[in-house]
Design a protein around this ligand. Structure first.
Ligand SMILES: [Zn+2]
Length: 225
């Protein structure tokens, strides 16, 4: 099943498949997009190779402004200097592209969230990973403090909680808060089950997640009418 091994030839072969199929189909679209992008949606997702937003949402070029990092985390607004890659992307999406929605999407079996749990057990992972996943520390600690959540559910509960934490952190950016309060920007959370290929959507009131129907039965009925 491994199409991409350690050889650049695998990438070149993939590029040629792209040129022969998807690019050929979307050639006019790429030409139209040459002078600029106007995506209405920003997705913040994990870098994990198994949870690719453009595949899950079946999007075309120009439709999704995607930022991926370890565990799909957004840090809080900071005024200190530093290499604020995610903050720069959020700023660009909200103030320049003026996206209409931001979706933070976590996923099952997230290694970054596992690293956060390992850190809580005094087994920090990585010189850069360990401090990065501390962004999810409050969400993780809330799960660990909740005796109703069994140990085998910790990982998924923290994956869900971390999405909520990132949404909360997004609101600490003044331009995000202003756009949300004026009704120009919506924010949502999602979580993808890799094993089942299922998308789960976050309820903004309760913070709980529920599975999204894989087929739009309403649209089917509408089509019949
Ligand atoms: Zn992940």
């Amino acid at each position: 099943m491994i199409d991409f091994a350690d050889d650049a030839q695998d990438l070149i072969a993939g590029y040629r498949r792209f040129r022969a199929r998807r690019y050929r189909e979307a050639r006019d679209l790429f030409r139209t997009l040459r002078d600029g992008q106007r995506p209405a949606t920003m997705i913040i997702a994990c870098a994990d190779s198994r949870a690719d937003p453009s595949m899950i949402f079946d999007s075309a070029p120009g439709e999704l402004f995607v930022v991926r990092n370890v565990a799909a985390l957004v840090p809080p607004f900071e005024e200190t200097g530093g290499w604020h890659g995610i903050s720069a992307a959020v700023e660009f999406a909200v103030t320049q592209l003026m996206v209409k929605q931001v979706v933070v999407m976590g996923h099952g079996g997230c290694g970054g969230i596992a690293a956060s749990l390992a850190a809580a057990a005094d087994r920090p992972v990585g010189r850069f990973i360990a401090p990065w996943v501390e962004i999810a520390a409050d969400a993780r600690d809330a799960v660990l403090a909740d005796s109703t959540i069994p140990r085998e559910d910790w990982q998924e509960a923290v994956e869900h909680g971390a999405v909520g934490q990132s949404l909360k952190n997004l609101m600490t950016f003044p331009f995000v808060q202003a756009a949300v309060e004026s009704g120009e920007l919506n924010m949502d959370g999602a979580w993808f089950s890799i094993g089942k290929g299922e998308l789960h959507w976050r309820n903004p009131e309760t913070g709980s997640f529920s599975v999204v129907a894989a087929e739009d039965t309403q649209a089917d009925q509408d089509n019949k009418i």
